[in-house]
Design a protein around this ligand. Structure first.
Ligand SMILES: [Zn+2]
Length: 117
């Protein structure tokens, strides 16, 4: 990976990081609002449902944030396009689509095959 490509991915990842941090902040606020206004009983049931999906989204956003942070670390270490599992080079095309990926397409395909998908 050359310097320009590295800078490109760094910019992409930082942008993604900001987006997910903002998304998560928005979710936190929604959760606070929910607990503040959950007064009516039937409303509370709906709110619980809502809180549950917010929690799921929050977990997903949190997972994404750590994945992106990890990718930025790997980029700084010069490992961004090195597959975590087999050590081969992750194609730029793949990184372009999933910039936070840590594994090459072969390893991911193999794992999915083993899981029986
Ligand atoms: Zn691999």
């Amino acid at each position: 990976m050359n310097k320009e490509q590295k800078e490109h991915f760094e910019a992409v990842l930082k942008q993604l990081l900001v987006e997910h941090i903002n998304k998560r902040r928005g979710l936190e606020e929604s959760k606070e609002n929910l607990s503040q206004y959950a007064i009516e009983l039937e409303e509370r049931a709906a709110n619980e449902q809502m809180a549950f999906s917010l929690e799921t989204m929050d977990d997903q956003a949190g997972g994404m944030i750590s994945a992106i942070e990890n990718a930025l670390y790997r980029l700084r270490e010069g490992l961004h396009d090195t597959c975590e599992s087999c050590g081969s080079t992750i194609s730029l095309k793949r990184l372009e689509v999933i910039p936070w990926t840590t594994r090459c397409i072969d390893c991911v395909t193999e794992e999915e095959f083993r899981r029986g998908r």
